[in-house]
Design a binder for this molecule. Sequence first.
Ligand code: MN
Length: 198
Amino acid sequence: MFTLPSLPYADNALDPVISANTISFHHGKHHKTYVDNLNNLVKGNEFEGKSLEAIVQASAGKADKAAVFNNAAQVWNHTFYWNSLKHGGGGKPGAKLASMIDAAFGSFDEFRKQLSATSVSQFGSGWGWLVVEGGALKVVKTANAEVPFTRGQKPLLTIDVWEHAYYLDHQNKRAAYVDAVIDKLLNWGFAEDNLGRA
Ligand code: MN
């Protein structure tokens, strides 16, 4: 059985960019519903007992397993998202990641611009990501529940751009939410931990 992971901080730790009210719905309702749905969907079939990552990989791209994929990937995405944020985040990463960002994007400001533009331009629901592919950093977006690791990209950080992530606090202003997340909440220590994992 999968369980809803606890948040790695208090429910008001991300306020005012992401309020405790948003967290109560986003973590307590949306994320929890994906966990509950997944447990029901894997009961008594070939997915039961597999790891979350294995379920995502095994169901990706299979039309008859779309419900399993969507719920498994959304459980994974949301846990990754909560860890991608922290109170007092933002700023710049440490030297190793900073130099990789300079190599890939030219400068931190250019990286920041691309992560913002890519996340804001995802049409409809989805996610903005910083990933590693072939040893190089990239900014990518995915639709709905799609995850980069099924396409050989290792995620370092993500920003949820589903409307439920920002509508209570920012209404239709996705760019205001995305920019505030980048500048005030991104957890570069988490990105560095992910980079370190081969
Ligand atoms: Mn979400």
